[in-house]
Each structure stands twice: as structure tokens, then as C-alpha cells.
Design a protein around this ligand. Structure first.
Ligand code: SF4
Length: 82
């Protein structure tokens, strides 16, 4: 059920499957949306709507590998371009 979700995060498989990058995401997000598990990155869905749009996660990996989508704003995308 996605009722009430305002934020969606899209993490490239090459980042999600890299333990160091997954750990970095878990470290930078102030509201614990990312969790580094034994099998790679987990998205903590119950925390998604706590996203502060701080953009710290966008700096992890190569540009465009981590994206945050604002579902309430026509799907407007936050993404790092360079
Ligand atoms: S923008 Fe900030 S709060 Fe939102 S998912 Fe990324 S690191 Fe977490």
C-alpha cells in the first residue's frame, strides 16, 4: 500500500549493491530512509515521508544514481547532475 506516500527514492542497482555506498547512504540520511543490510541497501518505507529534501543522498555514487521524487509535485525529481 502506498497510500499517503509523498516521496519515492530511486537508487541505482550499482549503488544499492555496493556495501560501502549503501552504508554511506545510511550514514548521510538524517531520517533513516536508507538501511545497509547484509544483502545490500534497504529502503525503509515507513520513513520515506520524513524526507527533508536535504539532498545529501544525491551526493552518493555517480550523478543521477540516487534520485528523490516528489510524488506530490507532479513527480518532480531531485537529482544531482554533476
Ligand atoms: S533528501 Fe535527505 S532526507 Fe531525503 S532521502 Fe535523501 S538524505 Fe534522506
Amino acid at each position: 500500500m502506498n497510500d499517503g506516500l509523498f516521496i519515492e527514492v530511486d537508487v541505482d542497482a550499482s549503488v544499492a549493491g555496493d556495501p560501502a555506498l549503501a552504508a554511506k547512504l545510511a550514514e548521510v540520511c538524517p531520517v533513516d530512509i536508507f538501511k545497509a543490510g547484509a544483502s545490500g541497501l534497504e529502503i525503509v518505507e515507513k520513513n520515506l515521508d520524513e524526507c527533508t529534501l536535504c539532498e545529501l543522498c544525491l551526493a552518493v555514487g555517480k550523478p543521477g544514481q540516487v534520485k528523490v521524487r516528489k510524488l506530490y509535485d507532479g513527480g518532480a525529481l531531485l537529482e544531482r547532475h554533476a
